[in-house]
Ligand binder design. Structure first.
Ligand code: ADP
Ligand code: ADP
Length: 232
């Protein structure tokens, strides 16, 4: 089963002299319960591909599916609902709300959706991510690694079809980065979560099942069971 899929996706920004072709017929499938990295040089289209997959940006041509839903065919209201209910996001800058506690940040997407966290799942996620004694802290009272683990718990709590992570370890030291990556990998291995991660870091990529390399808006290589050595 496929959790997300891009078929012959083209993305063109701007017109005339400002015209940029960011994606040139990209096709890629992201299997359910798999952890995939997207790598490639700056400007190769990684963020654009992820934004198109996540319904944050529209495609110029081609189709995108999340689960069984064709994202490229949805109106704005349905897109908002899809992003809210079926997609999780993790960002380089954590993007936590500074006035809320860790627990409040984690449950915010569920609150907005009018959903209640399942108690058993809540306990499992909080325990695995190692935040049980930090739940009433605000982001400013947490280290970068702890803040990113809060963001990971937030993304996972709603059991989305796919979690999209954009350079999730880009602002972390290697030890905190390893903790975040271990947590993401265990959520894939133990709970069948699907994760798509953009990264520049071969060590981060080595935590995944598969790497898709982009160059100049095209998929140029795919690598299964990557190691830091084979990614380089
Ligand atoms: P990355 O760190 O992935 O390379 P960028 O710094 O290229 O990201 O882009 C940051 C933000 O600016 C993104 O939201 C992207 O959509 C936007 N952006 C990137 N390039 C341009 C551009 N040439 N014109 C307008 N917006 C851009
Ligand atoms: P990456 O994430 O691999 O760094 P991006 O997807 O951010 O690459 O960008 C791919 C290309 O599209 C780059 O040439 C970038 O400048 C351009 N681009 C990205 N976002 C925008 C935008 N909003 N407007 C115009 N050009 C953009």
């Amino acid at each position: 089963p496929v959790a997300a899929r891009a078929e012959e996706v083209w993305k063109v920004y701007g017109t005339g002299d400002a015209r940029v072709v960011a994606l040139r017929g990209v096709s890629a499938s992201f299997g359910r319960g798999r952890f995939t990295a997207i790598m490639g040089p700056s400007g190769s289209g990684k963020s654009t591909l992820m934004h198109c997959l996540a319904g944050l940006d529209t495609v110029s041509r081609g189709t995108v599916h999340i689960g069984g839903t064709e994202v490229s065919g949805l109106n704005d209201k349905a897109l908002t609902r899809l992003r809210r209910d079926r997609v999780g996001f993790i960002f380089q800058q954590f993007n936590l709300l500074p006035t809320l506690t860790a627990a409040e940040n984690i449950r915010l997407p569920l609150d907005i959706a009018g959903r209640k966290p399942d108690q058993e799942w809540w306990d499992t996620v909080i325990k695995t991510v190692g935040l049980a004694d930090r739940l009433s802290h605000r982001p400013s009272q947490l280290s970068g690694g702890q803040q990113q683990r809060v963001a990971c718990a937030r993304a996972l709590m709603g059991r989305p079809d796919v979690i999209f992570a954009d350079e999730p370890t880009g602002n972390l030291d290697s030890k905190s980065g390893a903790e975040v990556l271990s947590f993401l990998r265990s959520s894939v291995r133990e709970h069948g979560q699907t994760i798509v991660m953009v990264t520049h870091d071969p060590v981060a990529a080595s935590y995944t099942d598969r790497v898709i390399f982009l160059a100049d808006g095209e998929v140029v290589q795919e690598l299964d069971r990557p190691t830091p050595e084979t990614v380089l």
